[in-house]
Design a protein around this ligand. Structure first.
Ligand SMILES: *[C@@H]1O[C@H](CO)[C@@H](O)[C@H](O)[C@H]1NC(C)=O
Ligand SMILES: *[C@@H]1O[C@H](CO)[C@@H](O)[C@H](O)[C@H]1NC(C)=O
Ligand SMILES: *[C@@H]1O[C@H](CO)[C@@H](O)[C@H](O)[C@H]1NC(C)=O
Length: 381
């Protein structure tokens, strides 16, 4: 019981009043690794973002900022070109209303922070080598489907912070990252992602997606998907047919009430689940639903749980703050493998960080929690 006693003293130290109830933990869970990315050239320091004095009416838009004619071939006056990065076109922060003519040989196109509201194909006529298009923070409502026929090698499309109401159609099959967060998307045409078998990251957070917008098979063919972010939408159900190879699933800030019994059964790589700010209650969580052997990080803060759900011994971070939990019984939540093999150090649960503040619990931490979770570094109660 020496080890148990050691952990107990450590916990007492960490649980001094300063730490109690502290909102953001000192030791933040490590950031999930990003999916592999192609190297991109640096972006020059951006001038002040136009957001500060956002004009209300198009007539108030400031005029586009044009350069003197460029010494470099084909460099549009709306953009700047740098001979050190001959494949990159910098057109961000220039009050542009439309996409300038993109010269051939451009791989990386920066159009962030402008007032572009429509993307049409003519600008991309010669841009067949484009790999990376950054249109974030514009006013795009529509992308002409012909655009993607011109750029069949596109890998990354960044269109967060625009005014899209639906997913663009005919996205190129080569696409690896699609960022459409902070739009007004409520429409996902059937088959919108069907051909995107190279897609690794799909970010749709902060849109208006409801259960009825998500057809049963919307995500089914995304064989290589690693990260799916549907946070901040209006889902009441878990999305169906999420690819089982996925690594991160983010569903914070929806209205999800329950998770079907075998929902996570075939997920063998799932390491991060975020379900903060939903409507999950005990009845909606089948007892073993989070017994996922690959899971490292589980966020269930701001729900309606009164019982600590069961989890696998591999879990390292558990966020259960701001629920309605009244009892904490270490024997009941101790993963089965640890109970079955108390002497096997490999079976010691890996939980290191536990947040329980904002529930109906008060110190001290029960002894059986400490004896089971011997790797626990900090617990916020
Ligand atoms: C596009 O390519 C055609 C044929 O190579 C060329 O004549 C034209 O000037 C190019 N346009 C631009 C904007 O680079
Ligand atoms: C939990 O998952 C492990 C494998 O990860 C499995 O061996 C075990 O039987 C499961 N426990 C229950 C109670 O389903
Ligand atoms: C915790 O749960 C175990 C098993 O259900 C039970 O035997 C024990 O009495 C409980 N401990 C407390 C303090 O309620």
């Amino acid at each position: 019981m020496r080890a148990g006693f050691g952990s107990y003293s450590l916990l007492l130290l960490l649980l001094c009043p300063v730490l109690l109830g502290q909102r953001s933990p000192q030791r933040r869970p490590k950031k999930p690794p990003r999916p592999a990315v192609t190297r991109k050239p640096p972006v020059p320091a951006a001038p002040a973002a136009p957001e500060a004095m956002e004009p209300a009416e198009p007539t108030d838009f400031p005029p586009p900022i044009l350069n003197p004619p460029s010494p470099y071939d084909n460099c549009p006056r709306e953009c700047s070109c740098n001979p050190i990065y001959p494949h990159t076109l910098y057109c961000e922060n220039r009050n542009l209303r439309r996409v300038p003519q993109i010269p051939p040989d451009i791989y990386y196109l920066y159009l962030r922070n402008n007032y572009i509201d429509e993307v049409t194909a003519d600008a991309f006529k010669n841009a067949t080598d484009l790999k990376w298009v950054d249109l974030a923070n514009n006013r795009v409502r529509r992308v002409d489907r012909e655009v993607f026929k011109k750029i069949p090698n596109l890998l990354y499309l960044y269109m967060e912070r625009n005014q899209m109401k639906e997913i663009p159609t005919d996205l190129p099959e080569s696409l690896e990252q699609l960022r459409l967060s902070r739009n007004q998307i409520s429409k996902i045409p059937a088959g919108a992602f069907n051909k995107l078998e190279h897609l690794v990251l799909l970010d749709l957070h902060h849109n208006r997606i409801s259960d009825s917008n998500l057809g049963k098979n919307v995500f089914k063919d995304l064989k290589n998907l690693m990260q799916l972010n549907l946070a901040h939408n209006i889902l009441r159900k878990m999305p169906s047919n999420v690819p089982t190879g996925i690594f991160q699933l983010f569903l914070d800030r929806n209205n999800i009430e329950d998770i079907p019994q075998d929902y996570f059964k075939d997920f063998n790589n799932l390491a991060f689940i975020r379900l903060n700010y939903n409507q999950l209650n005990d009845k909606g969580l089948p007892k073993m639903v989070f017994n996922i052997s690959s899971l490292m990080d589980l966020h269930l803060a701001h729900n309606k749980l009164s019982v600590v759900p069961h989890f696998n011994g591999r879990l390292e971070h558990l966020h259960l703050n701001d629920n309605q939990i009244e009892h904490l019984n270490g024997t009941e939540i101790c993963p089965h493998s640890a109970l079955a093999n108390p002497e096997d150090s490999g079976a010691v649960p890996r939980l290191r960080y536990l947040r329980l503040d904002g529930n109906h619990l008060s110190p001290p931490i029960p002894m059986d929690v400490i004896t089971c979770f011997r790797h626990l570094h900090s617990i916020v109660i």
